[in-house]
Design a protein around this ligand. Structure first.
Ligand SMILES: [Zn+2]
Length: 502
């Protein structure tokens, strides 16, 4: 029976997080455990299994899947170990009856010595499976699609939603691309156009914003049969890499002119609204003063220090400002600080001590802050995220109290999108006046009881104030890093041979 190899490698990084991520940060699944983990989950691999798993003429082979929480760039030796395992698993699974390969990628990985990890994995996978076996991938719209990736795969399905809620359906679309090639002999031609813009802010919410209108047209190209696949990727502005930027991508069945024309249409539509796709950020002292005059709870969005976007999670900026303002309300906030958690565990519940909080990873942005605290509660950091139902491994944790401010200190960065980090530590967000949420979009989705959300202009490795980050590698000029950026569309076609096709 013909076999389809299924594998994945996913992480999103911020180049501006000074702490490297490590091999040990990855959850790695092989064999039956890989399919078992994804069968009931909301993931791209699950979507591919939904479509391909019901066929009795294909055997699906679970090869290797690695995924990690967003973080700083992956240490090079650790990337090489991970890539070595991935590629060895592909080579070991390669037999004469393999008919296709599906890879679930993110697109915004980065290693300290390899700025295009997904391109490397695809190039090496292509070398192993040879030129004839179709390779189809799925990607996050925050991914950085590179020329090397385009040269080494046959077709791509990209998320259509932000905040993301189409993991499974994107995997299904990727699987249908593979079916089009295998069953109908489709010959995908990919056109992409690089757009010199990094975007943030509410207009990116696809259900309501300008970006969603452009994506709607891409979806219509797919459902109406104009294209096999269509997307507008916005990249991850925190992954500072040579091909960072936004881009349109359209894949047709052997029709390069149509692919080029539709990619131009999407790129032009996106560029027309790009200068409205900026975050509106508020001044922190003004937000504290405003919050103090009204009943809570309100949320303080600290997207600049969002572990889900790759930040270090050790920002104490809001804490320092609350102390400076002599804020008297009830505030709750998380912080990554392994030494402080260890000291709290050594001191025990009920102990009062003076310790340093924050800046253990990024002391340049977050000077460590000394304060008196009482240890209210200790924990092991093992709990379940509220929305994804996936386990969190936060390491030793402590709830520290300073006046009416309660700080959930954790040892390892975890996603901080929903209420779980508070509820798991005995804190009810609805009873707080200020809730610090270290995620760009979570306050609006999971803290809907809050009376107001302040999105703050404060430092961090994932600040929406993109000019504050210090990009060194990405192409310039780039909106909004530079003024008066001009967009001159230059369609690129893949595979390269199709460039000669009339
Ligand atoms: Zn994303």
């Amino acid at each position: 029976m013909r076999k389809i190899l299924i594998a994945g490698c996913e992480q999103e990084i911020s180049s501006f997080n000074p702490q490297s991520s490590r091999y040990e940060d990855f959850d790695i699944l092989r064999g039956k455990a890989l399919f078992a983990a994804h069968a009931g989950a909301d993931t791209c691999i699950r979507g591919a299994l939904d479509v391909l798993g019901v066929r009795n003429d294909l055997e699906l082979v679970p090869v290797y899947a690695a995924s990690a929480c967003s973080a700083g760039p992956l240490a090079q030796a650790d990337f090489e170990r991970l890539a070595g395992e991935f590629l060895t698993a592909i080579a070991d699974a390669m037999t004469p009856d393999v008919a296709g390969v599906y890879l679930s990628l993110h697109g915004a990985m980065g290693a300290t010595g390899e700025r295009d990890p997904e391109g490397y994995l695809l190039q090496r996978t292509r070398a192993i499976v040879g030129p004839q076996i179709p390779i189809v991938i799925s990607m996050d719209l925050h991914g950085l699609l590179t020329a090397r990736m385009l040269e080494n795969c046959d077709a791509i399905a990209v998320y259509h939603t932000y905040p993301h809620n189409d993991f499974t359906s994107t995997g299904q679309r990727a699987a249908r691309l593979l079916e089009a090639i295998l069953d109908r002999g489709a010959r995908p031609v990919m056109a992409r156009i690089i757009i010199p813009a990094l975007v943030r802010g509410p207009e990116l919410i696809t259900a309501t914003g300008l970006y969603g209108k452009v994506i709607d047209r891409a979806k219509a190209m797919e459902t109406g049969g104009e294209a096999l696949s269509a997307a507008v990727l916005i990249g991850n502005p925190f992954t500072d890499a040579p091909e960072l930027g936004s881009q349109s991508l359209v894949i047709t069945d052997n029709d390069p002119q149509q692919a080029r024309r539709l990619a131009l249409e999407l790129a032009d539509a996106f560029w027309a609204g790009h200068d409205r796709m900026l975050a509106e950020l508020e001044d922190l002292p003004a937000a504290i003063a405003d919050a103090a005059t009204q009943p809570g709870p309100v949320t303080f969005t600290d997207a600049a220090d969002a572990p889900s976007s790759g930040a270090s999670g050790d920002s104490n900026t809001i804490l320092a400002a609350l102390l400076a303002a002599s804020y008297r309300g009830r505030a709750i906030m998380p912080i990554v600080d392994a030494p402080a958690a260890a000291r709290a565990h050594a001191a025990g519940v009920g102990a009062r001590l003076r310790l340093s909080l924050g800046g253990t990873i990024d002391p340049v942005r977050f000077p460590p802050l000394e304060l008196e605290v009482e240890v209210e509660r200790l924990g092991d950091g093992e709990y379940v995220h509220e929305v994804s139902r996936l386990p969190a491994h936060a390491g030793p944790t402590a709830v520290l109290r300073h006046g009416d401010i309660r700080i959930v200190v954790i040892s390892h960065a975890v996603f901080m999108m929903d209420r779980a980090i508070f509820l798991a530590h005995g804190l009810d967000p609805e009873q707080a006046d200020i809730i610090v949420v270290k995620s760009p979009g979570a306050a609006m989705r999971y803290f809907t009881f809050a009376r107001r959300n302040y999105v703050l202009d404060i430092p961090g490795a994932t600040s929406a104030n993109l000019k504050s980050l210090g990009h060194l590698v990405c192409p310039r000029p780039m909106f909004p890093l530079d003024d008066d950026v001009v967009f001159t569309p230059k369609p690129e076609l893949y595979p390269s041979a199709s460039r000669a096709t009339p």
